[in-house]
Design a protein around this ligand. Structure first.
Ligand SMILES: C[S@@+](CC[C@H](N)C(=O)[O-])C[C@H]1O[C@@H](n2cnc3c(N)ncnc32)[C@H](O)[C@@H]1O
Length: 506
């Protein structure tokens, strides 16, 4: 009996998915949870209590509530009553939600457990901001004991009413999914549990910093499950986000350990699982509270090897910025080939064997930008710079690809770096030749790329991410630089050089 409702709701999920056009589902962030994932999520709940109050925010057809009810009633514990509060703003799916909760009621009746449901066919954010305000609840008794959610994934427009509402509650997020999680966390009682499936993007990066800090202050992460394939968790919906499921408890006490697991897709039998000291996943002095998803022995080894590089970039006197020329905004100043009055405009297509080759014959990207009072601020002075690509195709071998801009090869007073690049510099000016070469070698090493992937779930390489990394000392960079002459050595040689120059220092 235990998984019957979830199985039936899997058919409902298909029906709803067919009814709404993909475009429409995308607009309202409606990607419904497949049955095996719903089951896995609900099974992460741990508490054995008499009276359960479940919050399902963005409930869709109710599969997550149903999974929670099925799992909790199937356990032989102290359970006596369940109340489900389900928010869903899409009126079209409400009949399915009502049906799912009616099935839950029947199941509870059979098991002699009291059941009550509240369907709230309205916006969760408006209610959540109001209801989660401190002081509104008379005590823990009004708060939820469990929250289970697959929140809508949708950018929050900076001008909209919802944005203002969230601002008023001190909730600084750019995506609806984080707002749902944040509010749900606030609506939990002390000791209450949350299980959510969300994109992995909140684990790092500047946009989710406040969210991470506040979430980790309110909640103790117990478990994070990572889907290794970007496509497979919501494969029928063709969702390309990297997803994680996490389980957290509302408490101020940080646990000593947390569990990290991973699976290719929703076949949880083939799961990789490990217990990690909490402080290895969220480093104690990290002001950005990045969540490092360390999965395998190899990953652990990468973390260990990276520990020998202790220097933040600013202590090296080096900064990293994003290229200032946004090509579509400077269209009238762009030239296909250099001409009098122009300076080089560098794109990723100019990378060749670890250096910049310019100009090139390309009918896609311009090689030059007009130098005038209007464009002057977009340019940097002649010097050695290290450039990295900001975007990589998802199946590419490397995320981080670096090249040296060598002023001896392109002898011009000013250069424009396009916005698809990040550039390393010394307060807006060039670096020394050997530091630039050594830094490019380090960035091109397998170790650096592996470490980068550990905490970055997306294909973008942001300047903030690069600032967060650890770097070798100046002396090591200079020494590494001596190995880079006309072009960057092959990958194996890069890795051997890094090992040779830096191995004895850690
Ligand atoms: C990703 S779907 C998940 C549905 C369901 N929980 C599941 O797991 O299958 C998110 C749901 O949130 C609903 N939703 C979107 N914005 C909402 C809002 N502001 N308030 C309440 N529900 C919302 C969508 O209609 C959609 O059904």
């Amino acid at each position: 009996m235990a998984t019957e409702i979830i199985k039936q709701l899997e058919h409902v999920r298909r029906k709803i998915s067919k009814k709404h056009q993909r475009q429409e589902r995308s607009r309202i962030g409606q990607f419904l949870t497949p049955a095996p994932i719903a089951h896995f999520m609900a099974d992460l709940f741990q508490r054995d209590i008499e009276d359960v109050r479940i919050l399902d925010a963005g409930a869709g057809g109710g599969i997550l509530s149903a999974a929670a009810v099925e799992i909790l009633t199937s356990r032989k514990g102290r359970l006596q009553s369940i109340e489900v509060t389900a928010y869903e703003s899409d009126k079209q799916v409400l009949p399915y939600l009502e049906d799912a909760l009616a099935r839950c009621e029947a199941l509870c009746d059979e098991s002699g457990i009291k059941f009550h449901s509240n369907i709230r066919g309205k916006d969760f954010i408006t209610d959540g901001v109001f209801l989660s305000e401190e002081g509104l609840f008379s005590g823990d008794g009004d708060r939820y004991t469990h929250a289970i959610l697959n929140p809508p994934y949708k950018k929050i427009n900076s001008q909209c009413k919802m944005r203002r509402l969230l601002d008023s509650a001190g909730i600084e997020v750019s995506n609806l999914y984080a707002a749902f999680v944040w509010l749900a966390a606030r609506m939990l009682e002390s000791g209450g549990e949350m299980v959510a499936i969300t994109p992995r993007s909140f684990c790092n990066g500047p946009y989710f910093r406040r969210f991470r800090l506040d979430l980790l202050k309110m909640m103790a992460l117990q478990r994070i499950h990572v889907f290794e394939s970007r496509k497979k968790a919501f494969r029928e919906d063709n969702v390309l986000q990297e997803n994680v499921i996490f389980h957290a408890i509302r408490t101020k006490h940080t646990p000593l350990y947390l569990t990290i697991s991973s699976s290719e897709d929703d076949d949880f039998h083939k799961m990789n699982i490990r217990r990690m000291p909490y402080q290895r996943v969220i480093l104690p002095h990290d002001r950005d509270a990045f969540i490092h998803l360390v999965l395998t022995d190899d990953d652990k080894d990468v973390m260990r090897r990276m520990q020998r590089f202790g220097l933040p970039l600013d202590e090296l006197g080096i900064e990293v910025s994003t290229g200032r020329v946004v090509d579509f905004r400077a269209r009238e100043h762009l030239r296909s080939q250099p001409e009098v009055g122009t300076v080089p405009l560098i794109y990723p297509c100019h990378f060749e064997h670890g250096f910049i080759r310019w100009p090139i014959v390309s009918n896609k990207k311009p090689n030059a930008i007009v130098s005038s009072s209007q464009t002057r601020d977009l340019m940097v002075p002649k010097g050695y710079y290290v450039l990295t690509r900001r975007f990589s195709a998802k199946e590419e071998r490397r995320r981080v690809v670096a090249a040296v801009y060598d002023p001896k090869r392109i002898n011009v007073p000013l250069i424009g770096f396009e916005n698809h690049l990040n550039y390393f510099h010394a307060r807006g000016k060039g670096l020394s030749s050997n530091i630039a070469r050594g830094l490019a070698l380090y960035l091109n090493s397998t170790l650096f790329d592996q470490y980068f992937r550990l905490f970055s779930g997306h294909t973008q390489v942001n300047a903030t991410d690069l600032r967060k990394m650890r770097y070798p000392t100046r002396e090591q960079l200079i020494q590494l630089g001596t190995y880079v002459n006309k072009h960057m050595p092959d990958q194996e040689i890069v890795d051997v050089i890094l090992q040779k120059v830096c191995a004895n220092d850690g």
